[in-house]
Ligand binder design. Structure first.
Ligand code: HEM
Length: 460
């Protein structure tokens, strides 16, 4: 039983067009005006769930009250056309087996095997940033972080830089992203309808599938050395611990696409917001620099350094509180549910906006203040685990959370120890575009400055 909550009912069609323009702003407004549980009706009827305990009840789903993939939910139908039998979109039975097979590949110890690759990518990137810092020219940090994240993700998933393939991957991805972010209009949006966007998306899917099947065939023919294992190889060897069943090539392709779509932009968005926040808080940036200098001195970053970067990690946690990279989670009720004393009918769509939850002043005092010390161990222990869910919670929690936290820490440490990113054009961090991930609506123009060498700083 959760504490009683008054159900706020927004007038029919209340500002729903804003779902397309600034969905996060819209959800924040619904919460501010109608409370922690809101019924919004119009083009799409849904309950916005803002209360942390209700969010926990839905996500943990102890009593099987909701499903994530449901034929009645147009958003998941759309995502499912791309992800197909992949983890983020498969129906409950297949999902359970797939999660059992794939989870061990993403555990904390398995992910440590990717640290060297991530560090090598970071070093390559630092050389590229050297040239940018020397030129002093402003550039689009969003595009930069997208490229960096694509590089790391493809290296870890496919164990190759695939530089020649980046342009093709980016092209397929941007078509799929346009499809995923388009409004699900009844006829024009239906998957069978031969609209230009549907046809382009199907062509991009076919091309990706052919390309990924080719990679899988090459891995089968010529296995990699044990120290160069990638995610394809790991999936070829994955077995369901209950039944012993392995994965078909088709399942591996769907999973690779799911990992790319779920992982590459979200991590890029988190990196972008991290360098933005550092640029806005010189005192916090100075503490990060001091920690990096103390722990790393002048030597190269290694895997063993990561657990020692506690403050830098808190900065990343606070970035993902204030400006989480992924903004929504959705579920459909499969039975009538009591939520805070309100009867929610079976077949209702529940929407949870992560930024709205993370900036709820009832839970987070002064939410607009950027304060990494909200993540000191004692502060975390005093808070409900439902208040902070950048990677979700419960059975569908992000399978890539260890992977991306490791990537975020490696990239932030390797780049921030050498460079300061300086914002060139002002931006309002609440004016965001929330699609697959959350970005400042008008881009982020920054330039780089090289930091002085550690030895010089310590002497002065
Ligand atoms: C900063 C980076 C990331 C963020 C913020 C993020 C966030 C999330 C969230 C909030 C969910 C839960 C969705 C729900 O409950 O409906 C999720 C699920 C998922 N994520 Fe991530 N993610 C990130 C990176 C990654 C990476 C790198 C991968 C894979 C390589 C990945 C793969 C997945 C998959 C497969 C699911 C579905 C899990 C399931 O239903 O079993 N994510 N992610």
């Amino acid at each position: 039983m959760t504490a009683p909550i008054t159900l706020g009912v927004a007038p029919r069609f209340y500002k729903q067009w804003q779902l397309a323009r600034n969905a996060v702003g819209f959800c924040n407004q619904l919460r501010a005006e109608f409370g922690d549980l809101v019924l919004a009706r119009g083009f799409f009827d849904f309950y916005l769930v803002n209360d942390p305990e209700l969010v926990g009840m839905v996500l943990v789903n102890k009593d099987r009250i909701v499903d994530r993939v449901d034929a009645r939910n147009p958003i998941y139908q759309r995502i499912g056309n791309i992800g197909r039998s992949g983890l983020a979109t498969s129906a409950p039975e297949h999902w359970r087996q797939q999660r059992r097979r794939v989870a061990p590949l993403f555990g904390a110890s398995a992910i440590r095997g990717f640290a060297e690759t991530m560090i090598a990518s970071a070093e390559t990137w630092a050389a590229r940033w050297d040239a940018k810092a020397a030129s002093g020219a402003a550039f689009d940090m969003k595009a930069e972080m997208n490229e960096l994240s694509l590089e790391v993700n493809t290296r870890c998933l496919f164990n190759t830089e695939l530089r020649d393939d980046h342009a093709r991957l980016q092209g397929w991805f941007s078509t799929m992203k346009r499809y995923l972010e388009a409004f699900p209009y009844p006829l024009f949006g239906a998957w069978w309808f031969p609209s230009p966007l549907n046809l382009q998306t199907k062509a991009a899917l076919r091309a990706f599938d052919r390309w990924a099947l080719g990679l899988i065939a090459r891995r089968r023919a010529a296995p990699l050395a044990p120290d160069a294992i990638d995610m394809i190889t790991r999936m070829l060897g994955a077995r369901d611990p209950e039944t012993g069943a392995g994965m078909s090539d088709e399942e591996i392709v769907h999973e690779l696409l799911t990992f790319l779509i779920a992982g590459f932009e979200s991590t890029s968005s988190a990196l972008l917001w991290t360098f933005y926040q550092l640029s806005q808080h010189p005192d916090i940036e100075a503490r990060v620099h001091a920690e990096l200098d103390d722990v790393l001195g002048d030597r190269a970053l290694t895997m063993e350094d990561l657990p020692k970067l506690a403050y830098t990690r808190r900065v990343i946690d606070e970035v993902m509180r204030q400006t989480p990279a992924v903004w929504f989670m959705a579920r459909t009720t499969v039975t009538e549910v009591d939520m805070g004393g309100n009867r929610i009918p079976e077949g209702s769509h529940l929407l949870m906006s992560i930024p709205t939850l993370h900036n709820n002043p009832a839970v987070w005092p002064e939410p607009a203040r950027f304060d990494p010390d909200r993540f000191l161990p004692e502060a975390v222990a005093a808070r409900s685990p439902n208040a902070y869910v950048p990677f979700g919670r419960g059975p569908h929690a992000c399978i890539g959370s260890h992977f991306s936290l490791q990537e975020l820490l490696v990239m932030t440490a390797a780049l921030a120890r050498r460079f300061r990113a300086v914002l060139v054009d002002d931006l309002d961090p609440t004016d965001v575009r929330a699609g697959l991930s959350v970005y400042p609506r008008h881009g982020v123009r920054m330039r780089l400055e090289r930091r002085a060498a550690v030895a010089t700083r310590k002497a002065s």
